[in-house]
Design a protein around this ligand. Sequence first.
Ligand SMILES: Cc1cc2nc3c(=O)[nH]c(=O)nc-3n(C[C@H](O)[C@H](O)[C@H](O)COP(=O)(O)OP(=O)(O)OC[C@H]3O[C@@H](n4cnc5c(N)ncnc54)[C@H](O)[C@@H]3O)c2cc1C
Length: 363
Amino acid sequence: MAIAPIAAEFDESGEFPHATIKKMGEMGFMGIEIPEEYGGAGMDSLAYVLALEEICKADASHGVIMSVNNSLYCHGIMKFGSEELKRKFVTPIATGQAVGAYSLTEPQSGSDAGTMRSRATRDGDSYVLNGRKSWVTSGPVADYFVVFMVTDPEKKQKGISAFLVPGNTPGLTRGKKEPKLGIRASATSELIFENCRVPAENLLGQEGEGFKIAMTILDAGRIGIATQALGIAEAAYEAARQYAIEREAFGQPIGAFQGTGFKIADMKTRIEASRLLIYNAAMAKERSKTDGGRYSLEASMAKLFASETAMYVTHQAIQIHGGMGYSKECPVERYFRDARICQIYEGTSEIQRLVIARSVLNA
Ligand SMILES: Cc1cc2nc3c(=O)[nH]c(=O)nc-3n(C[C@H](O)[C@H](O)[C@H](O)COP(=O)(O)OP(=O)(O)OC[C@H]3O[C@@H](n4cnc5c(N)ncnc54)[C@H](O)[C@@H]3O)c2cc1C
């Protein structure tokens, strides 16, 4: 059951690729860094990015579903969850039996996530969740969610908490599926909470720790999105390189024109630089497992550079293909649309620059 041959069809239909995602789960792709005792593959951060890169070369939609399961969902529970939460909420995703999702964004708060309004109110042994979350990757299909809500509005960012919510909890409904430019086979939707009651033990970390948890998880997530960008860029580069060798104009292969050759040279160089930034961030993440440090700077630099590279490379790949590059019969058209999201989600390129500048200026 290969991904590459079905990627164009699922992009066109916008259907969620249930069968291949299930197969990836069974093969261990949804919990690569999760220890085997929780159903994962028990490998390291570098193994994760290497595997994700290959999946994203074939299809960025499968890639983002994999990235969200590994980084935005499992990683946070492994880092902040109790033994009981890990067993209950990580194992089904890491073994590929279920799909996880991460819900931070709201209609009025994206980059400025600390201004969220959805409320979780303690009521005896449970919390009651109310509000509307938006743009949730895998929202229409996920079995479990990490959800961030305000528990104490007076404390602003320090009054946000994280909860684990099964998708079948009464009071949780899913909004309409978003019609998207790219990564069309990854389903995205709103989540609506109306008196949705979850047990108090589903609190992830401590009350008030939610914003810190959300940002820590995003460090891991950004390495995943950087890797998604790298995979897309590599696929586009390889298609352009082949075309530059095969296509002839004015009596020679178009790659022999310096104008084309220089494009290919810049594409290749930026891809290799992205790869090194990603491996650097993956190694920083691996070190953090023993020293407990953050790796926000490394993750943001990798995401910023790799996503800008994916945009540059897919743009040039269309140019090198000429009219064919504009056709839906040629995959570079899909790579171009898929690349665009990497500059937006899990922190826009502007937000990555903000993180990098703050980090190096100690601001
Ligand atoms: C397909 C898709 C999937 C997504 N999946 C998820 C998900 O699974 N879970 C989830 O929680 N969210 C998800 N998101 C939401 C995503 O993370 C946000 O869209 C993103 O963080 C930007 O927020 P926003 O859309 O509200 O834009 P805004 O924050 O309104 O930003 C608009 C513009 O203003 C700029 N801007 C904002 N603040 C600054 C600043 N301080 N300095 C400079 N420029 C600034 C931004 O860079 C951007 O260009 C997804 C979004 C999309 C499109």
